[in-house]
Write a protein of this length. Structure first.
Ligand code: UDP
Length: 468
């Protein structure tokens, strides 16, 4: 019998990357892993990534569910998350067939079904087939605590978080959180995306556990509040299993990847500030110009990933790539030429995890996506927090106020951030006053300790599956 784990990531690249890392962790323990893929309906293809992973990991198999076309306007929401929830709901019959066929194979013993939090409608499918169900949560413990508490927050008011504005929310285990900093798709309670998150909040306590890409010493207060069961009244605490930090080991090319690593090789140690804003972060042309001027005036070396601005408002809903940027048209006249001795602009994509672990990188201006945060910690790189979408405003609060691993950028929530603020924060980041670098290095060592044999992220749960 092959001991098998079935993974169900949400569609698109975003969460697939960390699911694949989770799969590798299981294969190292001798499990076979089947990853169920929802074919992209409205976002960038995952095919090249899947081909690379399959070629180098024979114990990981990808099973593609049939394609369902879901036009972006079929869900009345400006948020792509609403489309994700709907697509996963439409796939329930396909998932049921696939999981039934896998689990009825006599040579396979399915030890667990692990779904992304967008896939919470799949919990009943697993229950029906008697397969233990776990969530894989791709953000941190603080966000998990917040979503566990969402049902309570929902019942405590009739107002949307957007209407509550800066009113602080009192969530057990977290610093006071302005309501407006809740995840972007949850700000309006009439939005289908909000309903999807609320449904997840209801489903969470039904799972056998949550596998979390974090580690204990990074978020002790939030983790303790979850294990004390402070977020869901009259229910036992949801078991949380930290397995992080799991960061991308697959080296993806494209966007001048190798060139920028070669460029970093010849820069002085910790001298370069890296600017990169996730897989979806886009800025207006005006904002790009302010960043360019701020970088130039700061006098520091920089590596900057630049994308084309969004073409239309609708594009925020389409998780697809914009065209290659025309740097001459987008950046201030002469910028690339004037800064060529100390700066490199990369179009659209850089191999971020490799960049952040390079010795020449001394600072990171980030959109605060959770994978980016973990990659920065693993590289020992201090951050400037510039949130853009999803749950990044929450991550900013925790990074700046609780973990103290980042400095904030002012004005990210008031239109364009000016060149002066960019210059000021880059200088502050690279001057390393206030012990920021020291704290990040401490977090890096704690992360390594958590992953080492006997460490707090060292797979107690997985061992239990093996021995049962
Ligand atoms: N990433 C990358 N190069 C880029 C932009 C992003 O390699 O130019 C990777 C990054 O290393 C991370 C992931 O894409 O692993 C982004 O995940 P995160 O959770 O930080 O943000 P999201 O894209 O989900 O908003």
């Amino acid at each position: 019998m092959e001991e098998t784990i079935v993974l169900y990531p949400s569609p698109g690249m975003g969460h697939l990357v960390s699911m694949v890392e989770l799969a590798k962790l299981f294969t190292r323990q001798g499990f076979k892993v089947i990853i169920l893929i929802v074919p992209p309906s409205y976002h960038t293809s995952t095919a090249p990534f899947i081909t690379t992973v399959s070629a180098s990991n024979p114990s990981i198999t990808f099973h593609h569910l049939p394609k369902i076309d879901l036009p972006p306007d079929s869900v009345p929401s400006p948020h792509h998350e609403a489309l994700q929830f709907e697509l996963i709901r439409l796939h329930i019959p396909n998932l049921t067939r696939a999981l039934h066929s896998i689990s009825s194979n006599p040579s396979t013993s399915v030890r667990a079904f692990i779904a992304d939090f967008f896939c919470s409608t799949s919990i009943d499918v697993a229950a029906h087939l008697n397969i233990p169900f776990y969530f894989f949560f791709t953000s941190g413990a603080a966000v998990l605590a917040t979503l566990l508490y969402l049902t309570t927050l929902h019942e405590s008011t009739t107002l949307s978080f957007r209407e509550l504005g800066k009113t602080p929310l009192d969530i057990p285990g977290l610093p006071p959180l302005p309501a407006i900093d809740m995840p972007l798709p949850t700000l309006d309670r009439d939005d289908p995306a909000y309903e999807g998150f609320l449904y997840f909040s209801h489903q969470l306590p039904k799972a056998k556990g949550v596998i979390l890409n974090s580690f204990e010493s990074l978020e002790p207060r939030a983790l303790k509040s979850i294990s004390d069961g402070l977020h869901v009244p009259n229910a036992p605490p949801v078991p949380v299993h930290c397995i992080g930090p799991l960061i991308m080991s697959e080296k993806r090319g494209g966007g001048g990847g190798d060139d920028c690593l070669k460029w970093l090789d010849v820069q002085p140690e910790k001298s370069v500030v890296f600017l990169c804003f996730g897989s979806l972060g886009l800025f207006s042309a005006g904002q790009l110009r302010e960043i360019a001027l701020g970088l130039e005036r700061s006098g520091h070396r920089f590596l900057w990933v630049v994308r084309s601005p969004p073409l239309t408002a609708e594009q925020s809903k389409l998780v697809s790539a914009t065209p290659e940027p025309d740097l001459d048209a987008l950046l201030p006249p002469g910028f690339v030429e004037r800064t060529k001795e100390r700066g490199l602009v990369v179009k659209s994509w850089a191999p971020q995890a490799a960049v952040l672990s390079h010795g020449s990188v001394g600072g990171f201006v980030t959109h605060c996506g959770w994978n980016s945060v973990l990659e920065a910690i693993c590289g020992g790189v201090p951050m400037v927090a510039w949130p853009l979408y999803a749950e990044q405003r929450m991550n900013r609060v925790f990074l700046v106020e609780e973990m103290k691993l980042a400095i904030p950028i002012d004005g990210f929530d008031r239109g364009i951030v000016g060149a002066m603020e960019v210059e000021r924060r880059v200088r502050q980041l690279m001057s390393d006053d206030g012990g920021l670098r020291e704290r990040v290095l401490r977090a890096k060592h704690e992360a390594m300790a958590a992953l080492s044999k006997g460490g707090s992220s060292n797979s107690v749960l997985i061992n239990a599956w093996k021995n049962n």
